[in-house]
Write a protein that binds this ligand. Structure first.
Ligand code: AMP
Ligand code: MG
Length: 626
């Protein structure tokens, strides 16, 4: 059988300028000349033409027509220029020069890519025929190009046979297809296939690396769904108000004295007054009638008589005469003439009946419970809390207290996350430890989903051959992975997914296993996400901080654990490092009160120095709405 002749056309402005950057073209050449693909399907190929062109529609059309009209290539593979940016025009150029479209090939590639990432929905690949040449658009990244090509590779030789009208070969293929049993892998088999052979694992995550901002925007698509409940005032601390709260009454509900002194009629001015008696806090208002020339002794918080227009503090008076038994005040002198309304709190001056005292989405802290109580509230309507489960994964994990086993470590993530979420006002449930076995993990997830809405896991999302969580989520739970890789350190493989289970939406926040990564990403993703589901939309507090140490910048933006300290002389906090920032070392989170938001390195900046000012996110604090 003669090998198929291939042309490989890389479409990329960057690669056209610097051909050493063309990794996808290289990958495709290897796939063809090695005569085999990762999936073991043989394509006998000979690469007859290779070219790199910029993202220019006319140039692409020119190469494609030349190769198919004059070079008699069997197959042209293009790679690149298929995205959504204005310069991406490979599909447009291809569509203009093909005589017939072959949408099935594009569909197979789309279906394959969708299993890896929901972003595949953005695929615009075009496949078709020009004369006797099959033209296939492949994506631009080497990994995606390879995966797509592998998906259609089995059909390519037969397509070429059909184009060349090679009758005996066509018949042989048809016969083979008819006789062969169509085998469908069940979800479990597929996983076993992906996970069983370490040599077959991917060497780069198939999930697009998204920025922190993109990941945050994805999280922000989720919000409280309006479910609420009434809770007793004494149990509402830390909860989020589901409704605006208005005052049931005026505060003070009567005209109250601000001072210990005498209620007077201000227009009487200074001078002598007869003391009519005393009103203490708790007495009924209006029980004593005040007349000109008289005064009534009042305590702070006591009601003042209806006729009183001022209170004069005791310090501004002098006793002139006692009663005959010497126990009571009879006459006093007002030393400073009072002004009208002096030292009287009018009715409703602190809180007006019917006024808005707490807004919906407010987090109820100690003071808020006090405000509610001051208005006589006994129950409040708060948002329902999501139910949360925490699952640790890993063959190597043991519970503290167990006899240490070789090669094992104690699980620290579960308790850290449980406590962090409790600090944030949630009541997470312990879903145990799942070993790295697909059936154990599937069962643990099923069990968790039957109890909780949000499952927070740690481990099994990196690139190890036992990191099986993402394929399990997509293949067994039919989950949509909204992101599976974030450009940050620590926490790159942090994954956020949703699925439908028992008719309900379930959420997965899958954090990396390293204890520091799990803790940092819990702060950056898990708690903000839980807050959103709970209707708490308050923002983190970000302040400037001055480095007291040098730090070599990573290529990814980094969240370094620091202790911020403020001095009297400088309004900008000093950031002290918590020590070695390796992501296994939980001690680097000890006492940290902020995450320093270090930028990724650039050509102009490779290192930060003492005195440099960067942003820092305070841990455990939020900005409340005004
Ligand atoms: P993984 O993300 O599963 O590849 O794990 C990365 C590292 O984190 C490994 O060194 C694990 O032993 C460690 N690790 C994973 N889960 C936990 C846990 N729950 N507690 C402590 N260390 C863990
Ligand atoms: Mg693991």
């Amino acid at each position: 059988m003669a090998p198929l002749t291939f042309g490989i056309l890389t479409v990329s402005d960057t690669c056209a300028r610097d051909p050493t950057k063309d990794k996808s073209g290289e990958e495709l050449i290897h796939l063809i000349i090695d005569h085999s693909t990762d999936t073991g399907r043989i394509i006998k190929g000979h690469v007859a033409q290779v070219q790199i062109v910029p993202d220019n529609e006319f140039t692409i059309m020119e190469v494609l027509t030349n190769w198919s009209d004059n070079e008699n290539l069997n197959v042209i593979l293009t790679t690149g220029g298929t995205g959504f940016s204005p310069r991406d025009v490979t599909p447009e150029a291809t569509r203009k020069i093909i005589h017939k479209e072959a949408p099935g090939l594009a569909l197979v590639m789309l279906m394959t890519s969708l299993k890896i990432t929901p972003m595949a929905a953005l695929s615009r690949l075009i496949c078709g025929i020009r004369n006797k040449t099959l033209i296939i658009n492949l994506p631009g990244s080497p990994k995606a190009a390879r995966e797509c090509f592998e998906a259609i590779a089995p059909a390519v030789p037969h397509a070429v046979d059909l184009l060349l009208n090679l009758k005996p070969k066509i018949e042989k293929t048809h016969e083979h297809v008819q006789n062969s049993q169509c085998r469908h892998h069940s979800g479990n088999e597929t996983i076993a296939m992906n996970l069983g052979h370490v040599a077959g694992r991917l060497r780069e995550s198939p999930y697009p690396m998204i920025s922190m901002k993109e990941a945050e925007d994805i999280i922000k698509r989720y919000s409280w769904q309006g479910e609420n409940e009434f809770v007793e005032l004494w149990k509402c601390h830390g909860r989020i108000l589901a409704e605006d709260v208005r005052a049931h009454c005026d505060l003070p509900p009567f005209r109250a004295s601000i001072k210990d002194g005498y209620a007077v009629i201000a227009s009487d001015g200074g001078g002598q007054r007869q003391v009519l008696g005393g009103l203490e806090a708790g007495h009924s208002p209006g029980s004593i009638k005040l007349e000109p020339g008289y005064c009534v002794r009042v305590n702070t918080g006591a009601p003042v008589p209806e006729e009183a227009t001022a209170v004069v503090q005791v310090e501004d008076t002098k006793l002139l005469e006692k009663t005959s038994d010497g126990k009571e005040e009879k006459t006093i002198e007002i030393l400073i003439p009072p002004t009208i309304n002096q030292d009287i709190r009018p009715i409703g001056s602190d809180i007006k009946e019917g006024s808005l005292i707490l807004k919906r989405h407010t987090r109820i802290g100690a003071v808020e419970t006090g405000i509610l109580s001051s208005c006589g509230t006994t129950k409040v309507q708060v948002t329902k809390l999501p139910t949360i489960g925490i699952l640790s994964t890993g063959n190597e994990l043991q519970q503290a207290g167990e006899q240490p086993r070789p090669g094992h470590v104690y699980d620290s993530n579960k308790i850290t996350l449980m406590m962090l979420f409790q600090e944030a006002g949630y009541t997470p449930q312990d879903m145990g430890i799942a070993i790295d076995d697909e059936n154990v993990m599937i069962d643990a997830i099923k069990e968790a989903l039957s109890h909780v809405d949000v499952l927070v896991t740690t481990g099994s999302v990196s690139m190890g051959d036992r990191d099986m969580l993402k394929p399990i989520l997509t293949q067994i739970f039919n989950a949509d992975i909204h992101f599976g890789r974030v450009n940050m350190k620590p926490g790159k493989p942090t994954t956020f997914a949703t699925c439908q289970y028992d008719g309900k939406t379930k959420y997965f926040i899958c954090l990396p296993g390293n204890p520091v990564s799990a803790t940092v990403t819990a702060h950056l993703f898990a708690i903000p996400f839980l807050n959103r589901l709970t209707g708490n939309y308050a923002k983190p507090i970000i302040v400037p901080a001055k480095l007291t140490f040098s730090h070599k910048l990573d290529s990814r933006p980094e969240y370094a654990r620091v202790i911020l300290m403020w001095s009297e002389e400088d309004p900008i906090a000093n950031a002290y490092s918590t020590g070695n920032q390796i992501s296994s070392k939980l001690l680097s989170c000890k006492n940290a009160n902020a995450l320093l938001m270090l930028p990724g390195s650039s050509d102009d900046r490779l290192e930060m120095h003492p005195g440099d000012v960067v942003q820092a996110m305070l841990l455990g604090f939020q900005q409340n709405a005004i």
